[in-house]
Write a protein that binds this ligand. Sequence first.
Ligand SMILES: NC(=O)c1ccc[n+]([C@@H]2O[C@H](COP(=O)([O-])OP(=O)(O)OC[C@H]3O[C@@H](n4cnc5c(N)ncnc54)[C@H](O)[C@@H]3O)[C@@H](O)[C@H]2O)c1
Length: 153
Amino acid sequence: MSDKKLAGQVALITGAGGGFGESFARRFVGEGAQVVIAEINTSAGKRVEQDLKSTYGDNILFITEGLASEYGPDGIRVNSICPLLGYTGLTETFTGVKDTPEFRAKFAATIPMRRGLEHDDLANAAVYLCSSDSSFVTGVNLPVDGGSTTVVD
Ligand SMILES: NC(=O)c1ccc[n+]([C@@H]2O[C@H](COP(=O)([O-])OP(=O)(O)OC[C@H]3O[C@@H](n4cnc5c(N)ncnc54)[C@H](O)[C@@H]3O)[C@@H](O)[C@H]2O)c1
């Protein structure tokens, strides 16, 4: 039996050519999943695909545009991850300020765990939610935010 947490699973990851999606694709392939890269930016998607293929062989399926998700009838667990602000291509759009080391230091100081989100923080949570480790977990919106939801303004 494989010790990989996602062996035998197929994951469709939207936006896998960058940001959170790319880190998810890398972790999921590393955990044995077959990954469908659903990426609107063809060159970004191909970059990730080629990088992973060169590492993991033919474990990747590639598509360039979003696929409609299809949910099965029963036995499908549905959970979500609620991240802290992450440092990606969207950081400046979300905050309205430049993503600088000074900005990151100030932001981290507001988080109970005193650091910003790292992409693996989300990917680790996603591996857990998609693996049998969470086989009795469903209907959960999981904050991955260093405790920021515990702080009330
Ligand atoms: N960055 C954050 O702080 C943060 C926090 C909470 C939620 N989110 C959400 O997480 C998701 C990913 O954010 P990110 O920060 O990694 O963004 P990003 O811009 O770094 O990466 C997004 C990727 O998705 C691709 N993409 C965009 N539209 C697409 C489409 N229609 N089909 C397929 N691919 C598409 C882009 O080309 C890009 O490679 C977004 O929905 C964002 O709103 C981000």
